[in-house]
Design a protein. Structure first.
Ligand code: ATP
Length: 208
């Protein structure tokens, strides 16, 4: 049995608030691979954002020498909005013997009931909700965890599906919004993200 993790996000840009938890989770769950999964985002002209290609390049630079961490570009490279359920269905078909673990921050999980076919997600994958500074669980999220613990158990095992675990990781109060703000104000972004990503941002004059 292999274990595959997916961690979705905009990653505009990727920062240590994503990377440190990702590495800790890959090790804790003994994942063969944890894929950082940049989402599709329509490009608005003149928006102070990176392009899809640039978001992917920054992610690739960030994980190039990190064991277990990789980038899955399938959602970003599709030229339409995609749903997590479709991505997970594809990954499950490509890896028929794998246990799938989908990671999200507390803030993302608080709105999980608005996700397309969220109940179906729990029929093919397990969820790990990671703590994030200043974010708390919604009532819906708390009740859903209780329900899944009753129906699917409390811990992810090799053949489990539908388990939702909450996991503490090193808390880093970094957000991509804050990083973009620093760049915009010409402040130094060292120690918020890998130097390779910082160099890419400067080289391509992103977020001005
Ligand atoms: P933005 O500030 O642009 O909204 P972000 O920093 O929140 O971006 P995203 O790409 O939106 O980053 O986040 C992807 C996933 O990573 C989400 O599930 C989010 O909850 C989680 N995440 C982002 N930053 C942190 C952090 N500092 N600690 C824990 N989880 C985080």
């Amino acid at each position: 049995m292999s274990r595959i993790g997916l961690f979705g996000g905009t990653f505009d840009p990727v920062h240590y608030g994503h990377l440190r938890p990702a590495l800790e989770l890959a090790e804790h769950y003994d994942l063969d691979t944890l894929y950082l999964l940049p989402n599709h985002r329509p490009q608005h002209r003149n928006a102070p954002q990176a392009t899809t290609h640039q978001r992917i390049q920054m992610l690739r630079r960030a994980v190039s020498d990190v064991p277990r961490l990789e980038v899955d570009t399938r959602e970003a490279e599709r030229n339409r909005a995609t749903y997590t359920i479709d991505t997970l269905t594809e990954v499950a078909a490509e890896n028929p013997n794998a246990t799938l673990v989908f990671f999200m921050g507390v803030d993302a999980f608080a709105q999980f009931d608005a996700w397309h076919r969220w109940e179906d997600i729990l029929s093919i994958a397990n969820l790990v909700v990671i703590d994030r500074p200043d974010a708390t669980l919604s009532d819906f999220a708390r009740q859903l965890i209780e329900r899944q613990v009753k129906s699917s158990g409390a811990a992810i095992t090799p053949d489990s599906v539908g388990v939702i675990e909450q996991r503490e990781v090193t808390q880093l109060a970094i957000s991509a919004t804050a990083v973009r703000g620093y760049v915009n104000r010409a402040q130094n972004i060292r120690f918020l993200l890998p130097d390779t990503v910082r160099e890419y941002i400067l080289e391509h004059q992103l977020y001005h």
